[in-house]
Every structure is written in structure tokens, then in C-alpha cells.
Write a protein that binds this ligand. Sequence first.
Ligand code: ITT
Length: 193
Amino acid sequence: MQQLVFATNNKHKLEEVAAKLNGAIKLLSLDDIHCHDDIEETGKTFADNASIKSRHIYFKYHVNCFGDDSGLEVEALNNEPGIYSARYAGTHGNHQANIDKVLTGLKGKLNRKARFRTVISLMWEGKECFFEGTVNGIIRHELSGTDGFGYDPIFEPEGYNITFAEMGMDEKNAISHRGRAMEQLIAFLNNLD
Ligand code: ITT
């Protein structure tokens, strides 16, 4: 069975990706390869940062791997928080503060359109491939739901009247930015000789 390291320290991402792969590939975490590096995301785009993560792991540990850089782009906030989604309010991973900053920024604005984006960089046998997924939606005025992570409680995907945080993982994975990018990665691996 093919095996692949997911270069992330985000346990929610790891869970979502494991559910999406559904046993098709042996997924290893950074813990599994005893990597506790703090990989600095110094890029200017999602692709740059995804690449920094996958290349760091590939060249240091010599294992096939992928990194995911993702975030929320809010139209009326000039596509912020974008690549700064994890640290929008200052501290990395303070989801409540990040959500508050988005809601405050949107106060009084009629346009609440947003999208989530994921770019995956896969390092496979020395070659790099990129896969991208997006999902459009709107930002709610208030939080709703307790599942998922990050901005999920304020993001309502197009065609639904619930937020990502009110969906089960499989339902989110079927339409989410990360789920869609993963479908392409899985198709790529299935098409290898
Ligand atoms: P790694 O870099 O270790 O993978 P991270 O959480 O720092 O973990 P990113 O740099 O890609 O990951 O930042 C992603 C941020 O974007 C994340 O912390 C959330 O705030 C937001 N985000 C990304 N995908 C999301 C999702 O599916 N639902 C809600 N928020 C999401």
C-alpha cells in the first residue's frame, strides 16, 4: 500500500484528510516520523507555503509527503485573511479572536461573500505537484455549530443553510476546499503506473 506523510501540525486537518482517504493510502502524521519541527510559513501565496511544508519534510526525511496551505478569503475585506488565516488576530491558532476580527471587519457591509481555498503540494518521488480546491459561501453574522475548526462556525457554503460547523465531517469533506483538493490528489495517485 502506498504511504504518504501529511506535513501538518493541525489535528483537524489530519482527521479530515484521513476520513477522505478512507484507508486507500497509509497516512502518516509528523508524529509518526518523529518530526517536531516548527516549519516557518514565509511564502506570499498558499502554493508557496504548501510547498515550504512538503519540501521541508521531503528533503529532511526522504519520504513521499504533502503539505496543505489553506484559508478564508472574504471579498469585502480585500480577500483577507487569506494566507494569514491561522494568525489573523495575532496569535497562531486563536480561532475565536480570528472569527471576531472577521465579524468586526464586516460590520455594516452588505457583501458577505467568502471562499475557502486549499492548495496542496505533493512531493512524490522527487517531483512536486499542486492540487487546489475552493468552496464559495457567505459569512454569517453569528457563530453556529460546534464541529470542525477555525472559521467553520461562521462559514455557510453556497446551497446550504447550515455552517460547516453544523455538518458532519463526511458532509463537509464532500464539498469543502480541502476535500476537493484531496480528490485530485487521490486521482493522481490512482493514475500512477
Ligand atoms: P499546518 O500549517 O500545520 O498545516 P495550520 O492550521 O497553521 O496548520 P494553515 O497555515 O494552512 O494551517 O492555516 C489554515 C488556517 O485557515 C486554519 O488555522 C484556519 O484558521 C483556517 N482554515 C483552513 N481550513 C479551514 C477549514 O476547513 N475550516 C475552518 N477554517 C479553516
